[in-house]
Unconditional design. Structure first.
Length: 212
């Protein structure tokens, strides 16, 4: 089995742990870099495929993009306006079908942020707008035959205790909750079973994921 993970810094918080969990069961591939926003994915995904050396026989592509896109910049406008975001998501779906023709597709929704921080920061982000972008992307992915891994819903009611900063979840418990959800999604999508991870062993006092 071959699985490709594409996404922003939220993905960077779980990718290596997903690889650990499926060691000996499936090969996990992902770009070394932060995949950032939708237009960056559109431009880069062919290069990432070549760089990952994953071949054409990928079984699943699990991807996300949205937190960069829905960020309100200093000019008061979104980094990626919603209509452009929708177009980009549709094109990414097409690109995945072209580049990974035998792969199932799963879209992970963008996670909630600490809104209080963004009220005083030079850039702005709200969870209401994240929900709006998530809904738009989910509808497009479903129309393209993909499935949804709703990380936003997973964290919505209790996300503040898992944050490592205003956006990320690099704490032990944040990593555990998100990684386990991604693992379950992959297991269900491909009918395979991962190994259990010992997060206490992975996160000692010197190696908490904050700042990684």
């Amino acid at each position: 089995m071959k699985i490709v993970l594409i996404g922003d810094s939220i993905r960077q918080g779980y990718d290596k742990y997903v690889r650990m969990a499926f060691d000996g069961v499936a090969s996990i591939y992902y770009p070394k870099e932060n995949c950032r926003f939708t237009s960056y994915i559109l431009r880069s995904i062919p290069d990432w495929k070549e760089g990952m050396n994953c071949g054409d026989d990928v079984d699943l592509v699990h991807w996300n993009a949205g937190l960069w896109d829905n960020l309100v910049m200093i000019d008061g406008k979104h980094h990626t306006p919603l209509d452009i975001y929708k177009e980009n998501v549709a094109r990414i779906c097409d690109m995945i079908k072209i580049l990974f023709p035998s792969a199932k597709m799963v879209f992970a929704t963008s996670t909630p942020c600490n809104e209080e921080f963004f009220k005083t920061y030079k850039f702005h982000r709200t969870n209401a707008e994240t929900e709006l972008y998530n809904q738009a992307a989910s509808e497009i992915v479903l129309k393209n035959g993909g499935a949804i891994n709703d990380l936003y819903a997973l964290l919505k009611d209790d996300h503040m205790k898992y944050h490592s900063d205003q956006t990320h979840y690099y704490t032990k418990d944040g990593t555990r909750v998100i990684t386990n959800q991604v693992i379950r999604c992959i297991e269900q999508s491909l009918s395979i079973k991962a190994k259990a991870l010992d997060y206490n062993a992975l996160f000692d006092k010197k190696s908490d994921a904050t700042g990684m």
